[in-house]
Ligand binder design. Structure first.
Ligand SMILES: [Zn+2]
Length: 135
């Protein structure tokens, strides 16, 4: 399994300039000698203070927020095939002859346990009156 832990580092450009004391940005300019690229001029975007090299740049410490990788995305819900659903639905406690509903709880009249309408059990007995199944 491929891990997405190799991230392209984002160059921090927020700086705390020691010359002007501002919370500002780093300005990068390419320096040419004639047509030859000789380096990069690093300066404060606010006051123009030039930093001799990147190591001297007072970058603001960035908080690293752990990114959400692909592995955090929940897998798609299991798709039941229709026949499986029908078999399960037809055995739900709410369709069972033993299913007893009162305003406070639903229970199974056979096991006398509290049940959910969506429970199933192997003691399932179909209701004799299918017209009341959606009550
Ligand atoms: Zn500055």
């Amino acid at each position: 399994m491929e891990k997405a832990d190799h991230k392209t580092p984002v160059r921090p450009i927020e700086i705390l300039c020691p010359a002007c004391g501002q919370d500002t940005l780093l300005k990068r300019e390419k320096v040419y000698e004639g047509f030859k690229h000789t380096g990069t001029k690093l300066s404060c975007a606010a006051c123009g203070h030039v930093f001799p090299d990147e190591a001297k740049v007072p970058f603001k410490a960035k908080k690293i927020v752990p990114g959400f990788g692909r592995q955090d995305v929940p897998p798609p819900p299991k798709v039941f095939d229709e026949r499986e659903v029908l078999e399960t639905v037809s055995r739900l406690c709410r369709h069972c002859a033993h299913y007893v509903v009162n305003p406070f709880l639903q229970r199974c009249g056979r096991s006398n346990r509290e049940v959910e309408a969506t429970d199933t059990c192997n003691q399932f007995a179909p209701k004799t009156n299918p017209a009341s199944q959606d009550s």
